[in-house]
Write a protein that binds this ligand. Structure first.
Ligand SMILES: [Zn+2]
Length: 396
């Protein structure tokens, strides 16, 4: 960013001064350069050291205070700004999935879009958060003295150990977890019950099936019976419960009645259901079909009241900055917000640039830089509001 003249603070209640066309153009160019560099530093979960080192140096060059936040058994997180109990923490993750497709490791620029692994999930958000702080500083906001932090986490795509450590060390009151949301605001996030069911039968020669008990047939009956699970009828306005049969396999050889079949299930649940009660009902169904249950993951959903002052502040910042009223919705996938709520006790929302999950984890992973810039402008506005309100933010 070229240094800009700090503007004098405006009167209380006034929005930050609007940016002119040339300032917006140079912010867009800055975002492009930063995002290309970040995308070209590989950072699959567990291998984030290089990108964390790079960001630590880059953030220091930008004149922002940052500290390393150790993560048990992994690479460090970074915390920029307020080191403890900020009123607002912006959280974005620096790790990516490991691509299972051919990729030469180069970012590709197509018009205003940056293509490459991690561009939308979640490096575009990392750039938006940092750019937002710089633009706020340019507008005269003393960003280093605010009760506001940016937490850059590791391991979001795998175990979530980064956000566990961040939630414990930072203890933010409010966490804005930055993931692609099309600038709508997720005020809830789905919980999950992921299990493997092993359905047991009895093997027999294929020519005398009456002597056996076919595990594949029993597994098929079990799958059909999933429709009758009562929790599937407990609707929630933001997140409908659903069971996904992810994998099913069984049988070992021709001419043999199979004695084992396995079904891999992923259940999405809304905030009106507890993962344990869902697990218990699934286990009872499994027992009726001679299936053993192996737990892979249980996590509860979370929900922030739609009328919380935090949500109102973000809605206002989006409406006044981008000229559109964001919708409230439920995020269908796990994010770092889960740990910010459950471990850190924060109130959370999920919000960020890019289309909702539709290109993440795919070969067409890309983001439009104009959305990165728009997100940075929302961050700038939030920083401005936190500056004005201080420890009273978010005022209702
Ligand atoms: Zn993500």
């Amino acid at each position: 960013m070229p240094p800009a003249e700090p503007a004098p603070p405006s009167a209380a209640g006034a929005p930050p001064p609007a940016l002119g066309a040339s300032a917006l153009a140079s912010a867009l160019a800055w975002a492009r350069g930063e995002l290309v560099r970040l995308v070209e530093i590989p950072s699959p979960s567990g291998e984030e050291a290089a990108v964390v080192d790079y960001l630590e140096g880059r953030i220091a060059e930008l004149g922002l205070p940052a500290r390393r936040d150790p993560v048990a058994g992994g690479c460090d997180n970074l915390v920029v700004g307020c080191p403890f109990e900020p009123r607002l923490a912006l959280v974005a993750h620096v790790d990516t999935v490991k691509p299972t497709w051919e990729w030469d490791g180069k970012a590709r620029i197509q018009g205003d879009e940056v293509w490459g692994v991690g561009s939308v999930d979640d490096k575009g958000s990392v750039v938006a958060a940092l750019l937002g702080l710089l633009l706020a500083r340019d507008a005269g906001v003393p960003v280093v003295d605010l009760p506001l932090s940016v937490g850059l986490t590791v391991d979001e795509e795998e175990g979530g150990t980064g956000s566990i450590a961040l939630a414990r060390s930072l203890c933010p009151h409010h966490a804005l977890v930055m993931e692609s949301s099309e600038f709508d605001i997720a005020v809830a996030e789905a919980g999950v019950v992921e299990v493997m069911l092993a359905v047991h039968g009895r093997s027999a020669h294929g020519s005398v099936p009456e002597q056996g008990d076919n595990a594949v047939v029993k597994a098929a009956r079990l799958v059909v019976a999933l429709d009758d699970l009562t929790f599937l009828r407990r609707a929630h306005p933001l997140i409908a419960p659903a069971v996904v049969v992810q994998q099913m396999h069984g049988g070992s050889d021709l001419h043999v009645v199979p004695d084992l079949a396995e079904v891999h299930l992923d259940v999405r649940l809304g905030p009106n259901l507890h993962s344990q009660e869902v697990f218990d009902e699934l286990s009872a169904l499994a027992a009726r079909h001679d299936a053993e249950v192996r737990t892979i993951e249980l996590a509860d959903a979370w929900e922030t009241p739609a009328d919380a002052p935090f949500v109102a502040s973000l809605r206002r910042a989006v409406a006044e900055t981008l000229g559109r009223e964001p919708k409230l919705f439920g995020f269908p996938a796990w994010t770092d917000a889960h740990n910010m709520v459950e471990v850190g006790g924060a109130q959370a929302v999920v919000f960020g640039p890019g289309p909702r999950l539709s290109t993440a984890h795919r070969p067409d992973d890309h983001i439009d830089l104009r959305e990165v810039l728009d997100c940075a402008l929302v961050v700038r506005r939030l920083a401005w509001d936190v500056w004005r309100a201080g420890l009273d933010w978010p005022a209702s």
